[in-house]
Design a protein. Structure first.
Length: 441
């Protein structure tokens, strides 16, 4: 029953997600149309506007279909993983060797055809029974131990005198036994249903033909192609962000209470870099596997170096006014909300070196009254963000020139961060992260 209910819940969620994906994509296209109408306005060019509105609407329909198709792929992968877990949680235990050789399983309701053991004084029994165990006798025959209605049993019944019951055989049988038999009949069709549902999920997956169609769009309209690619970049970035959160590699990403603006900007740019390498382009169509990985790692490390340089440059500023303006790029935003959901107060604070007062305001810090924790910003807010995203990718260790493509050590070297200190601050779990993405797809 748990399996059936679980499967129903999964498919109900699938329909909800499918509808939501279509609605969100439709909303995006409507917003694009509204924006376009606002730019061109009305008046003497009304006919021209209608013509271009139809063309723009067709473009938005294509974008909406592509995004919805990508979201169906993402949804099907989540549903597939949950569905496989539910399928393994069936009510049957793993069959033993003797039970696997038999047509009848333990717990199954069967019909005994005029049988009783020779040494048993009871008359031969004909009727329904429940299988207790399956074994082989001294003649290596498959036999079943069955329990009869009324609490009686037969210890050894040859498989040859057992058959499947019919509806008429339960006229005088207990209602509970009839219910068990109906349950077994329903569960017999589960493998076929499971296989058909897996095929449906497979058809929802994104395959290479969709990417080939996207590449062909560039030949007809460069504007259309760039808009599709931009939409897909954000979609794939969301999928990557989901993997980071689900696998506990990054907590509360893009939340300004936990991450400073430089860190959030670093994450956004890095997500787009990885997304661009997942989505193929004409330039990368003929590139080798190692070249794609090397280009992706190089861009990630460049973004990492720029972020660390930005942090160091801000901390090195002397002028009070300039420093206060730039310090906001390192500030965290804390809000207090009332019970009715309205914002009561908010403040921006920085992470200081002092353990007594670890949080200081931007104004106090700009006056030179405290020293910020440089290692916290460089390691926790910059290095660990890049490494969490990079850990999703299987870098295959070395490229065709024998050079390391990406590693935690290389990231520390590029960012000029002390490796020993970074290793001490690194969690034990993060050292054993396994790759979840294999580029190029």
């Amino acid at each position: 029953m748990t399996t059936i209910l679980g499967c129903r819940e999964i498919w109900r969620n699938a329909l909800v997600l499918k509808t939501a994906s279509s609605h969100i994509a439709r909303t995006r296209s409507d917003l694009l149309l509204i924006s376009w109408k606002t730019e061109f306005g009305t008046g003497s060019c009304q006919q021209h506007l209608v013509y271009h509105w139809k063309a723009q609407k067709n473009k938005c329909d294509v974008i909406r279909q592509i995004i919805a198709r990508r979201r169906l792929d993402w949804t099907s992968r989540i549903l597939g993983s949950h569905y496989s877990v539910v399928g393994r949680g069936g009510s049957h235990k793993e069959a033993r060797h003797d039970e696997a050789d038999s047509t009848f399983k333990v717990g199954m309701v069967v019909y005994v055809n005029n049988w009783m053991e020779a040494e048993d004084p009871r008359p031969p029994y004909s009727g329904v029974a429940t299988v207790n165990n399956v074994f082989r006798d001294k003649f290596d025959r498959i036999c079943l131990g069955v329990s009869l209605p009324g609490g009686k049993s037969i210890c050894c019944v040859p498989e040859g005198v057992i058959s499947e019951p019919t509806e008429d055989d339960f006229v005088e049988a207990p209602r509970r036994m009839h219910s068990n038999w109906l349950k077994w009949k329903r569960e017999e069709s589960h493998p076929q249903k499971r296989e058909s549902r897996q095929l449906v999920l497979e058809k929802m997956r994104w395959d290479s033909s969709h990417f080939r169609n996207l590449l062909s769009c560039n030949q007809s309209s460069s504007d259309m192609h760039s808009r599709i690619m931009d939409s897909l970049r954000w979609e794939v970035s969301e999928e990557l962000l989901y993997l980071l959160v689900k696998d506990n590699r990054l907590h509360h990403p893009l939340n300004d209470r936990h991450w400073c603006p430089i860190s959030m900007r670093l994450l956004t740019r890095s997500l787009h870099v990885v997304a661009d390498n997942i989505i193929p382009t004409h330039e990368r169509k003929e590139s080798s596997y190692e070249d794609v990985l090397s280009a992706c790692a190089e861009k990630l490390l460049v973004i990492l170096r720029e972020a660390t340089e930005a942090v160091r440059n801000i901390l090195a500023l002397d002028k009070e006014e300039a420093k206060e303006n730039f310090l906001r790029y390192l500030a965290f935003h804390e809000k207090s909300v009332s019970e009715c959901g309205t914002e009561q107060s908010s403040r921006y604070y920085l992470k200081a070196e002092s353990e007594v007062t670890p949080h200081v305001s931007v104004e106090d810090c700009s006056k030179g009254q405290t020293t910020l924790d440089e290692n916290f910003y460089l390691i926790h807010q910059v290095l660990f963000v890049t490494h969490a995203l990079a850990s999703l990718i299987d870098w295959n260790n070395f490229n065709n020139r024998g050079e390391g493509i990406y590693s935690f050590e290389k990231a520390c070297q590029i960012a000029a961060i002390d490796l020993d200190l970074a290793r001490r601050l690194q969690t034990e779990k993060s050292r054993s992260w396994k790759p979840l993405i294999f580029l190029p797809l």
